[in-house]
Write a protein that binds this ligand. Structure first.
Ligand SMILES: Cc1cc2nc3c(=O)[nH]c(=O)nc-3n(C[C@H](O)[C@H](O)[C@H](O)COP(=O)(O)O)c2cc1C
Length: 188
């Protein structure tokens, strides 16, 4: 079972969430977790050119997407990555893989949900199966999912520090993706 977390992070907060997702996924037995970071040098003349990273994702059973919210959507670096998957889309290479997503913004309600919804549409374009968060916000006894989105994890940081509750929620998302990916592939 391979789970890849593919993310972009300029100032490190999305990366902290990615690490928490990876730690959560790694708690399950027989799960191999890859953290695939999109960096500036992957993009040449506006196009994402890291074919090794795409190959890593191709080999994974589940993909978790992470991006900061920039101007109400994914960052341009993350979008360059998604645009580079067009050939894989045409070949249905990622169809039936499990997918999920997380994002962070500097505002409490800075349109982070729009970022998650883009990721969900992107996953659907590939025929992937979207995994929601399944934590009922304010009703959760551990107070996880403090910002209350259900489609994916949205987080908030004003100073570069990621709220402990957001990291715990990210850890849970990683566990949930790994658990569902194991169940789904076992039935195939
Ligand atoms: C160009 C730009 C656009 C941004 N747009 C938003 C936004 O629409 N909503 C929001 O809440 N935060 C916005 N932010 C803040 C970032 O999402 C926030 O600082 C985030 O933690 C950065 O993630 P990173 O540390 O992984 O780079 C923006 C930041 C930048 C640089």
């Amino acid at each position: 079972m391979k789970i890849a977390i593919v993310f972009h992070s300029a100032t490190g907060t999305t990366k902290q969430l990615a690490q928490a997702v990876a730690a959560g996924a790694s708690t399950l037995a027989d799960v191999d977790v890859i953290q695939a970071e999109i960096v500036g040098t992957d993009i040449v003349e506006g196009r994402f050119r890291n074919s090794n990273l795409l190959q890593q994702l191709d080999n994974a059973d589940a993909l978790v997407f992470g991006s900061p919210t920039y101007m109400g959507c994914v960052s341009s670096q993350f979008k360059a990555f998604t645009d580079a998957t067009g050939d894989l889309w045409a070949e249905k290479r990622w169809a039936d893989k499990i997918a999920a997503g997380f994002t962070i913004g500097a505002s409490l309600s800075g349109d982070q949900l729009s970022t998650i919804q883009y990721m969900q549409v992107f996953a659907s374009q590939h025929g992937m199966l979207w995994v929601s968060l399944d934590i009922p916000g304010n009703f959760d006894v551990e107070q996880r999912n403090r910002l209350g989105a259900q489609s994916g994890l949205i987080a908030h940081s004003m100073d570069g520090n990621v709220h402990e509750t957001d990291l715990i929620t990210a850890h849970y998302l990683g566990q949930r993706v790994a658990s569902l990916a194991k169940r789904f592939t076992a039935k195939q």
